[in-house]
Design a protein around this ligand. Structure first.
Ligand SMILES: [Zn+2]
Length: 224
């Protein structure tokens, strides 16, 4: 495979899965929004990862490892969907020039859906540790309804029409959404205030739904 290495991206020859024609595609292994602001939206609408064959028009989305840095969100994401090791990404940031990123939040993300959700949470100005805990509470709330909903998936979304939690109960094929309204916002603020010290440091890599479930279990006193 022919690759030309640049600082942030390189070109790879990709074979179209439909017609076999080879063409060049730009792979970004380092997405720095401060340096390339145009990438901000292209990551969020996934167009940066869309490969379209120039011969037959076949479209496919690539999912590969990259480092994502956005200073105004104080955010570093190690994105490794294949489950790979991110030590190299981490080490590449251990230079004096990155000293200003000491107080950033560092996250390890393994799935595209989680990447988009994390970005939505941070774009909306929230703390993902608190949002993940709210999702556990919403799960209990839905399960306690007269006709219980066992949400296997709860996802935060951020758009111009407002923020919301979307949920799905796959066993009953039910889904719905709860708008992030004023009372939701008050719950958020109360949690942020009450959990304060108990929350893990912001450089804890994996703030996942599984993490939130065990956090709530280990801090029952805070949720009484
Ligand atoms: Zn093709």
């Amino acid at each position: 495979m022919e690759t030309v290495k640049h600082a942030d991206h390189y070109n790879r020859n990709l074979e179209c899965p439909a017609c076999g024609k080879k063409s060049r595609f730009k792979i970004w292994d380092r997405i720095q929004i401060d340096k390339n602001p145009e990438l901000r939206d292209k990551v969020r609408d996934l167009s940066l990862f869309r490969f379209q064959c120039p011969k037959c028009g076949h479209e496919t989305y690539l999912d590969y490892d990259f480092l994502y840095i956005q200073s105004n969100l104080r955010l570093v994401i190690y994105y490794a969907p294949g489950g790979g090791d991110v030590t190299n990404m981490h080490q590449s940031l251990q230079k004096p020039e990155y000293e200003f990123m000491k107080a950033f939040r560092y996250r390890l993300i393994r799935q595209r859906a989680q990447l988009l959700e994390k970005l939505a949470i941070f774009d909306a100005g929230y703390d993902d540790r608190v949002i993940e805990i709210m999702k556990v509470m919403i799960q209990s709330f839905l399960a306690a309804q007269a006709s219980p909903i066992h949400a296997s998936l709860i996802e935060f979304t951020h758009s111009e029409s407002g923020d919301a939690f979307h949920f799905a109960d796959q066993s009953q094929q039910k889904s719905g959404m709860l708008p992030f309204n004023d009372s939701m916002h008050q719950t958020y603020q109360a949690l942020e205030r009450d959990l304060g010290e108990a929350l893990p440091p912001d450089d804890m890599l994996e703030i996942t739904p599984q993490w939130a479930v065990s956090f709530v279990k280990d801090h029952q006193d805070l949720f009484a």
